[in-house]
Design a protein around this ligand. Structure first.
Ligand code: PEP
Length: 248
């Protein structure tokens, strides 16, 4: 049975003071939740997360990682650095990185591989643009994004993946995929994982992301192949984030 994962993606938001308040509110607001909880903070604030979340039920993770292990890559952050700060997860291939930093499927795959080989679980984001959806290319796009990652990984590594289906048109727009639209893509991705064995496909968590909020979380999370959420805007407000956690 896959355990639901509710992951917040803070993006480039926060400050020492604002993070301290948000983390304290989430920490005190949790009570008997039946899911895993994660916050993906800007790298500069991960040591603050480590300090404030130690001993809690909340994990913390990065929003990006270098494909390289170490060396002359100015500005990059390695998987071992994230591990050093207690991270267990890292987002890779978020659509904002694909769009604004021109990250290709192959680069995202290298990042996922580097994360896994260092002991971090990569949350690999896949998703189509509105134009691609309207052209009927959704499955083709997400399949290519996932296949680039699968091609680099052995079966053990594939079992350590988390996938996030995030339709680009739903991110930060207030538009959400209907539960059935999301379920259809999640089922399609799980079928693709099936090529590596049913046990692996049944183990990998596939999160939905794209304007998930308290009002729609329950319905989305009720779908059989939706194993959690990757949450942007609503993760910055403790009451919304906690409501989503409670809906899981
Ligand atoms: C995201 O950034 O991954 C995301 C899903 O954002 P939002 O929830 O704001 O749409």
């Amino acid at each position: 049975m896959r355990r639901t994962l509710i992951a917040g993606n803070w993006k480039m938001n926060g400050s020492l003071a604002a993070n301290a308040a948000l983390l304290a509110e989430i920490r005190t607001g949790l009570s008997g939740q039946s899911c895993d909880v994660l916050v993906c903070a800007p790298a500069l604030y991960l040591s603050q997360c480590a300090d404030l979340l130690a001993g809690s039920d909340i994990a913390w993770g990065g929003q990006d990682v270098s494909m390289h292990a170490s060396g002359a890559y100015t500005g990059e952050i390695s998987a071992t650095m994230l591990l050093d700060l207690g991270c267990r997860f890292v987002i890779v291939g978020h659509s904002e990185r694909r769009a604004y930093h021109h990250e290709s499927n192959e680069l995202v795959a290298q990042k996922a591989k580097q994360a896994l080989s260092s002991g971090l679980a990569p949350i690999v984001c896949v998703g189509e643009t509105l134009e691609q959806r309207e052209l009927g290319q959704t499955n083709q796009v997400v399949a290519a994004q996932l296949q680039a990652v699968l091609d680099l990984l052995d079966d053990v590594a594939v079992s350590g993946l988390v996938i996030a289906y995030e339709p680009v048109w739903a991110i930060g727009t207030g538009k959400t995929a209907t539960p059935q639209m999301a379920q259809d893509v999640h089922a399609f991705l799980r079928k693709q994982l099936d090529n590596r064995g049913v046990e692996i496909a049944e183990k990998v968590r596939i999160l939905y992301g794209g304007s998930m909020k308290p009002e729609n979380a329950k319905e989305l999370l009720a779908m059989v192949d939706i194993d959690g959420g990757l949450i942007g805007g609503a993760a910055l407000k403790s009451s919304d984030f906690l409501a989503i956690i409670n809906a899981a």
